[in-house]
Design a protein around this ligand. Structure first.
Ligand code: BG6
Length: 316
């Protein structure tokens, strides 16, 4: 796209109409950002359809993004909301995905921006903007196509309101053979001090403890973090029961899921953070907690033409 020096600035409002969200795609077509009239904003990289920023109206960031995150498409983004599909981690025993890289290819593929829609009403808090992204087999690299040869489409929408961020995915099997897939929204939430964080909503839930030989355990009370934590919970109360992140007793994020049965809680802590080249600053583990909504225990089987839908809303 050619940049014109004296091009007219976008009108913030149309006279007579209520103010609307502004949506911009960068000149190099690498990212899309949106700002609500009340000042909240998001930014989404087309690489991975990764949400890299979610700011409140004062400009404070709500997601954690590593200072060393690669944003140039050379590596999955360390921070924000990378998308995990069609495999969570690696699955050596699942023939169809066993050769895929960790967390699949969605986070390292270049997505298409499908457009945006806004809604406004007389009530200020009803303003919202939705950004839509798509990925299908034709967008994949030859390497990914070879490793996972299924015609599919992913439709991903990111919805910003003054007090929430919603992400929703529709997976469709476009082929004539069934396939199995897993899906996860790997959200890095920003916190002030991990030692003061507690997570509720996971009580009495079974979880797989990935830092203790993948043993299955039961959560007895609130979750607190005091060392490397990597757990796959299946919350006992189901997706609509909120998982709440609090700091010093005050709720900061409330995550409600739709059709996503599992929640991964991850913090790499000192040693693992030290070992990740794209994790900076090294003590950044103090300022993040991943609360990852997904369908990752077992597989979602999609028959030819079938669709699977899953979503989360993170409220503040
Ligand atoms: O380093 P990656 O591939 O982004 O993965 C980060 C983490 O992602 C989490 O979802 C996994 O449960 C962890 O095991 C993993 O370490």
């Amino acid at each position: 796209m050619v940049d014109r020096p004296n091009k007219p600035a976008a009108l913030a409002t149309t006279p007579g109409l209520p103010p609307q969200a502004q949506v911009n795609i960068t000149h190099d077509n690498s990212r899309v950002n949106a700002v609500l009239p009340s000042g909240e904003s998001i930014e989404v990289l087309l690489y991975g359809a990764t949400v890299t920023s979610w700011k409140d109206r004062a400009g404070n960031e709500r997601l954690w993004l590593s200072d060393a995150a690669k944003l140039d498409g050379s590596k999955a983004v360390r921070g924000g909301i990378p998308l995990v599909f069609p495999v969570f981690g690696t699955a050596p025993d699942h023939a169809a995905t066993s050769k895929l890289p960790q967390h699949g290819f969605a986070r390292t593929s270049i997505w298409e921006f499908m457009g945006s829609s806004t809604s406004e009403s007389t009530g200020k808090s009803d303003n919202s903007v939705k950004l839509d992204f798509g990925l299908s087999q034709s967008n994949l690299t030859d390497e990914s196509k070879k490793l996972w040869p299924h015609p599919f489409s992913l439709q991903y929408s990111v919805t910003l309101t003054p007090d929430s961020l919603g992400t929703g995915m529709v997976i469709t099997n476009q082929g004539d053979q069934p396939f199995e897939a897993q899906l996860l929204m790997h959200t890095y939430l920003r916190v002030k001090d991990i030692t003061k964080v507690s997570v509720t909503g996971l009580e009495e839930s079974d979880y797989v403890d990935k830092v203790d030989a993948a043993k299955t355990k039961k959560q007895s009370g609130t979750v607190t973090i005091s060392g490397e934590t990597d757990r796959v919970y299946t919350p006992a109360k189901g997706p609509s029961h909120p998982v709440v992140v609090s700091e010093g007793g005050a709720a900061t994020f409330t995550v409600v899921r739709d059709n996503l049965d599992d929640v991964v809680v991850w913090n790499p802590w000192i040693e693992k953070a030290a070992g990740m080249g794209d994790f900076e600053p090294k003590d950044g583990y103090k300022n993040m907690i991943c609360i990852e909504a997904g369908a990752v225990k077992g597989w979602q089987k999609l028959e030819a033409g079938d669709a699977f839908e899953g979503a989360q809303v993170i409220s503040v």
